[in-house]
Write a new protein. Structure first.
Length: 137
């Protein structure tokens, strides 16, 4: 390995700041370059979408309210609107799990008072999605 080749490898090593060590074996020997680091590089944090918020103050939930939760992991679509009157079994949204759509149905008739997740947001099993207050008899 000649001087120009070594300089070329050094230049490549310098241009790749995340590379901490390189070892090149050649007929005549081994070239090893190691970067001295004083602190580890920061890990990249994935950005998660934030659920929609209507206000910064929590809405008081009546004691007779029913919380509708996700029965599957996936992405929510076709979300119903707050204030809608819903009937038992009415579809409030659909959860897309690997292109398989599952209906998220109202377990009782009443008024939809809270939507806790936005259109296109990921949902986990058991995650609260909607709050319904039963209709008055």
């Amino acid at each position: 390995m000649n001087h120009e080749q070594i300089e070329g490898f050094a230049a490549l090593f310098t241009e790749a700041p995340r590379l901490t060590e390189i070892e090149i074996r050649h007929e005549g020997g081994t070239l090893r370059m190691r970067r001295a680091t004083t602190s580890p590089l920061p890990a990249l944090q994935p950005s998660l979408p934030t659920p929609p918020t209507t206000s910064s103050l929590p809405i008081p939930t009546p004691t007779n309210a029913c919380l509708v939760t996700a029965e599957h992991v996936g992405v929510i679509h076709s979300v119903a609107e707050v204030g809608a009157l819903v009937n038992i079994g009415q579809v409030l949204g659909q959860i897309d799990t690997m292109r398989l759509l599952s209906d998220c149905k109202a377990p009782l008739s009443g008024k939809l008072i809270e939507v806790l997740i936005g259109e296109g947001q990921p949902v986990e099993y058991g995650q609260p999605l909607f709050t319904i207050v039963p209709e008055e008899s």
